[in-house]
Design a protein around this ligand. Structure first.
Ligand code: NAP
Length: 330
């Protein structure tokens, strides 16, 4: 028997509550894990509150797009009982029951072994957010955005993706400009490595002209909408923006000028379906780059399953700095 946060519906309402389940309730899969930790991402907050159509599996449904767990049973030779494994994405918490449960059944092909140098808790401080940030950093590198090219801007900087992007870029030697709507986050962002901080509105008001003065060699954008359009209009020649998120909007109104007159690259980031070879390589990089003090700085708090709905509201209201880890056994 174990606890799980279950999204369900009655005739009149959608319900989200902690329930006691047993292994016979779990979905199909070839590996059963004791979930050690999960985390609370923006996408989880949308799923739990029902404010975004994230859950595409049938109800009742267990959300949670991240988990780290100890294998208790396996039908496949490549995963053995006692192994500690990570799953982020591949539909976890969207089409397949997720990490907000004491036990879960998953598919071996979606798992990555816990990399050397990380504890299970570390893995969920990082979670989808840190993984996405490293994917974004690597994407900038792959498009030739090197530290000597100029400033790189990170939007939604005090959130999960943003915090890791600021820290990872700073540790790689980039001059990082953090764009934030949170006045109380300035000290936090400076400690993570931001060399300059700009108010959210600077980019959030959208482009002033289709092509404006070039300001950024690159960008990691967790906000989307008018902010992404403003970044495109102010990227330097052959710059690149790694587009990760939609915290500020899903529409993109731009022109072709940044692409055909400056050769800028709009690179999409999708952590959910990132191929497993690249996944393992990104996790290895994370284990090397994310130090213990950084994980401590970025961990906002560890919460129980009961606390997830209220914390989800705080995430969507932009009141959370850094990352929330979920302990399903608390
Ligand atoms: N593509 C992928 O694979 C992938 C993976 C993970 C996440 N994401 C997306 O990336 C975004 C960030 O995810 P997260 O987990 O880091 O979320 P998060 O921790 O909630 O961070 C989002 C940040 O965006 C800023 N923000 C919030 N509301 C805003 C608004 N209305 N306008 C402008 N900025 C706003 C806030 O930062 P400041 O207060 O500092 O401005 C907030 O902390 C989300 O849209 C998420 O869906 C995508």
């Amino acid at each position: 028997m174990f606890n799980a946060l279950v999204v369900d519906h009655t005739d009149s309402a959608r319900t989200v509550r902690v329930q006691t389940l047993d292994a016979s309730d779990l979905p199909e899969g070839d590996v059963e894990v004791e979930v050690l930790y999960s985390s609370l991402n923006y996408k989880d907050a949308l799923a739990v509150t029902g404010r975004g159509k994230i859950i595409r599996g049938e109800l009742p449904f267990v959300p949670g797009i991240d988990l780290v767990g100890r294998v208790v049973a396996s039908d496949v030779p490549e995963v053995a009982p006692g192994d500690v494994v990570i799953q982020t994405g591949w539909g976890l918490g969207e089409t397949h029951w997720g990490g907000y449960a004491g036990r879960q059944r998953v598919w071996a092909r979606h798992l990555v072994p816990l990399p050397e140098g990380l504890t299970p808790l570390d893995a969920m401080v990082i979670g989808t957010a840190g993984f996405t940030a490293m994917l974004a950093v690597q994407t900038l590198e792959e498009h030739g955005v090197t530290p000597d090219r100029g400033e790189v801007v990170v939007t939604g900087a005090s959130g999960g993706v943003g915090s890791f992007a600021v820290a990872l870029l700073a540790r790689a030697g980039y001059h990082v400009v953090a764009s934030t709507g949170s006045a109380s986050a300035h000290t936090y962002l400076t400690r993570l490595g931001a060399t300059r901080i700009i108010p959210r509105d600077t980019l959030g008001q959208g482009p002033q002209r289709p092509l404006d003065s070039a300001r950024w060699a690159g960008a990691v954008d967790a906000v989307g909408g008018a902010t992404l359009a403003a970044i495109l209009s102010t990227l330097d020649r052959h710059g690149c923006v790694a587009a990760c998120g939609l915290a500020g909007g899903v529409e993109l109104h731009t022109t072709v000028f940044p692409f055909i007159l400056r050769g800028v690259v709009l690179a999409g980031i999708d952590s959910n379906t990132c191929p497993n070879d690249r996944r393992r390589q990104i996790w290895k990089r994370l284990a090397e780059a994310v130090s213990e003090d950084l994980r401590e700085q970025i961990l906002a708090r560890i919460i129980s399953l009961e606390a997830v709905p209220e914390a989800s509201e705080a995430v969507l209201a932009g009141r959370v700095q850094g990352r929330i880890v979920v302990d399903p056994r608390a």
